[in-house]
Design a protein around this ligand. Sequence first.
Ligand code: RIB
Length: 338
Amino acid sequence: MANIRDVAKYAQVSAATVSRVINKKGYVNKETEKRVCEALDALQYSSSEIASRNGITASSTIALILPDLTNPFFHEMARGIEDVAKKHGVIVIFFNSDDLGYKEKSYLDILTNKYMHGIIVASNSLTQEDVGRINDKDIPLVVLDRALAQDSCTTIRSNNFEGAKMAVQHLLDIGCKRIAHVYGPQEFITARERLRGYEDSVKEFPWYSPSLLIQGDFRFEGGREAVKTLLGRHKDVDGIFVGNDLMAAGALKGLLQMGIKVPGNIAICGFDGIQLTETTEPEITTVAQPIYEMGKLASKILIEKMQGISSENKVHQLSVTLIERKSTQRTTRLLQKG
Ligand code: RIB
C-alpha cells in the first residue's frame, strides 16, 4: 500500500504538499496539484487512507535537531515534543548537533531529501538560507529556543530578556549590593538576551562595572570556573545571576569549595527551571522557562502545518516565572553571620 512519502517521491514534492492536496487546505499551485493527483492515481493511494488520516499517516515522521543532549533542558523539551507527536501517531527522530554548525547542515541536507514530514530545529546555526531551502522543499519547519528569529518560519522561545531582569530584581530585593552575571555563549540568542536583561537592570548603579560579567559555557564546569575567576576580581560580590541552571549548579559547587556560604555570603539565581536545581544543597532559585510547554507548542504547530491547516510564521515568546528557593533566602541573621 503506497504511503504519503511514496506519493511525494513519485510527484517530486514534499509530504506536506501531498497533505495539502489531500486535505484541500493551504496553497498548492495548479501544476503541482496536477502532478500530485496523477501520483495519487498512479499509486492507487487508498481513499480510506485519505479519509482516515487527515494528512497524517502512520509513517509520518518529524526530525528534531537538538544542540546538546547532555543538558536536561533539552530532555524535557523533547518530552513535550514527543508527547504531542505520539497523540497524532507521528514518529519523532532525534538528532544531536553538539552545537556544531557543520553537523547541523549535514543533517538538514539529509532530512530535506528524505521526505521528512516536518522538522523542528532547537540549535543555533540555522540561517535564513537554510530556512529558505527547507521552505522550497515545502517541508514544515518550527525553530525552537536558540535558533534565530526568522520571519519565514515559526519561532518559539521564552522571554529571556524579561527573565534576566526578573532574576536581577530578585537579588536586589533580597538586599544584594553588588551583583555579577555569569553569561552563556554569545552565539546563542538566548544568552545574548539574558546578558542584555542583566545590563539593562544594573547599568545605572554606581557599583556596576563590565568586570562583573564573566563568560560561561552553559555547562556545569564552566559555571564552577567562572565563579573562581569572578571572586578573583571582586571579593565584594554578594549576588550572582547565572545564565542557566547547569552553570548555576557548577557555580554553587565552586563557591562552596572556596568556603563561601550560599546564600549567607553570596546569593545565586539560575535560569531554565530544570529539576537539578531541586537536588542541590541549598536548592537553587531559578527563572523557570515553560520548557515542556515550549516543546508541546512546537509539535502542535508543526503537525498543524503538516496537515495543511496552519501556515503561520510567528515568533511565540513565552513567559517565564521566578521560583524562589534557599540559594536566595537571606535573613538579617543570616547576613550578619556572613
Ligand atoms: O541550558 C541550556 C540553555 O540553552 C537554556 O537556557 C536554553 O534556553 C538554551 O538556550
